[in-house]
Design a protein around this ligand. Structure first.
Ligand code: AMP
Ligand code: MG
Length: 341
C-alpha cells in the first residue's frame, strides 16, 4: 500500500484529503500532544479492524475515541456523571481519557467487546481540524507496532507503519510525549487505569479520592484480568533488555557505573551524562524536570535499536507529578526488571 505523508504547512486540500481518508474507512497517522495515533472512523467496524491488523494489536485491547470538543460527548457516551463534565471543562482539550458507558452507535469492535468506551479531546490543531472535517469520532490507539515504544514524531510512525496505512500527518514532535491519563468514571471512587500526561494530583483536585489501579505500579499477576485490557501486554520494549534503576539519582548513577560494560547503553538524567561518555547514552532530561523526561522517554526507548548495545540501564524519576507516567513506561519496557538503590 502507498502511504502518503502530509507535511506542514497544511493547505485546505491537504486537510480535506486527510479527512477523506478517515471518512472513507482508511487509516491515518495523526499527531496529538501525547503521542502519534493510528486513526480511523470509530463508528466503522471494518476500519477499526484494520487498526488492529496494522498494529498487530490483540483484539480485546480497546481503542480510545477522539472528539473535537465536549459537545460530542453525549453522542457516544451515556449516564455521564457531573464529574465527567467537570473534568472535560477543566482539562480538555488535553491528555485525559475518560471511561464511560458507551452508546449503542459505538461498535464493540472499537471497544474490544466492552460496554464502556474511552474518550478524549486531543490538544493538537492539525488533528482537531481533521476530526471536525471528517465529521466522525476518530478511534486512535498509539501508532506503534503493538509492543513497541509509542511514536512521538512522524518519523517514528514512518518506522512502524510505512506501507501499511493510507497516510501520516506530520504535526511535529509531540509536546507531552507520554499517552493520556486514563480515568475510569464507571466506578466509585474513580479509578486511575493508566498514568499519563495529566498528573494524578490534578485529577484529585477535581475528583477528591482516586483509586490507583494495582497494574499502574506493579507487575500484573498471572491469571488476573486487569480492568484496562491493554495493561496485560508487554509494552514499549526496545530490542535490547532494560534494567530500571529507581531511588536516589546519585546512587543510581553509581550503580550503573559499577555494573555497566562496553556494550551497555545508558538512559540517564542530563546531569550524569559526563559519567558515561564512553558508552551509547540518551539524555532523559534534567533530574528534576519531569516534563522533559516525559517528552524524551519514548525516543529514548527507540534510540538504541539501531546500535550494538546489548543491555540498557535506565534511570527513573520518583512518582510525583508526571514521574508516575515516566516510571510506568520505563518499568513496563523493562518487563518490571527494577533495581531500587
Ligand atoms: P493506546 O491506544 O495504545 O493508548 O491504548 C489505549 C488504552 O486505553 C489501552 O490501555 C486500553 O486498554 C485503554 N482503554 C480504551 N478503552 C477502554 C475501556 N473502555 N476500558 C478500559 N480501558 C480502555
Ligand atoms: Mg499504545
Amino acid at each position: 500500500m502507498d502511504t502518503k505523508l502530509f507535511s506542514p504547512p497544511f493547505s485546505e486540500e491537504q486537510f480535506e484529503e486527510a479527512a477523506a481518508i478517515i471518512r472513507q474507512g482508511g487509516l491515518l497517522g495523526i499527531p496529538t500532544e501525547t503521542v502519534y495515533g493510528l486513526g480511523a472512523d470509530a463508528l466503522n467496524e471494518d476500519a477499526c479492524r484494520r487498526i488492529y491488523e496494522a498494529k498487530g494489536r490483540p483484539q480485546d485491547n480497546p481503542l480510545i475515541i477522539h472528539i473535537p470538543d465536549m459537545s460530542w460527548l453525549p453522542r457516544y457516551c451515556r449516564d455521564i456523571p457531573p464529574a465527567a463534565y467537570a473534568l472535560a471543562r477543566r482539562f480538555w482539550p488535553g491528555p485525559l481519557t475518560m471511561i464511560l458507558p458507551k452508546q449503542d452507535c459505538v461498535p464493540m469492535r472499537t471497544t474490544g467487546g466492552l460496554d464502556t468506551v474511552g474518550i478524549r479531546c486531543p490538544d493538537h490543531p492539525v488533528t482537531l481540524q481533521i476530526i471536525r472535517r471528517a465529521g466522525v469520532p476518530v478511534a486512535a490507539p498509539s501508532g506503534n507496532t503493538s509492543g513497541r515504544p509509542s511514536p512521538t514524531t512522524a518519523q517514528h510512525m514512518v518506522e512502524d507503519m510505512w506501507g501499511k496505512i493510507d497516510g501520516i500527518a506530520d504535526g511535529g514532535a509531540c509536546g507531552v510525549g507520554v499517552e493520556s491519563t486514563i480515568i475510569d468514571l464507571t466506578c466509585t471512587p474513580p479509578r486511575l487505569l493508566r498514568p499519563g500526561g495529566l498528573p494524578l494530583e490534578d485529577l484529585q483536585q477535581v475528583l477528591g479520592e482516586v483509586v490507583v489501579d494495582e497494574a499502574v505500579t506493579a507487575e500484573p499477576e498471572e491469571g488476573v484480568k486487569p480492568k484496562a485490557p491493554g495493561m496485560a501486554y508487554r509494552h514499549y520494549a526496545p530490542k535490547a533488555p532494560v534494567t530500571v534503576i529507581s531511588g536516589d539519582a546519585d546512587a543510581g548513577a553509581r550503580y550503573i557505573l559499577e555494573h555497566c560494560d562496553s556494550t551497555s547503553g545508558v538512559i540517564c538524567f542530563h546531569e550524569y551524562l559526563p559519567l558515561f561518555s564512553n558508552l551509547v547514552t540518551y539524555d532523559l532530561g534534567h533530574k528534576d524536570n519531569k516534563a522533559e523526561q516525559a517528552h524524551a522517554v519514548f525516543d529514548a526507548l527507540r534510540a538504541f535499536d539501531g546500535t550494538d548495545v546489548t543491555h540498557i540501564f535506565a534511570q527513573c524519576p520518583d512518582s510525583s507529578g508526571l514521574g508516575l507516567a515516566v516510571e510506568n513506561r520505563l518499568k513496563k519496557a523493562s518487563g518490571f526488571h527494577v533495581i531500587h538503590v
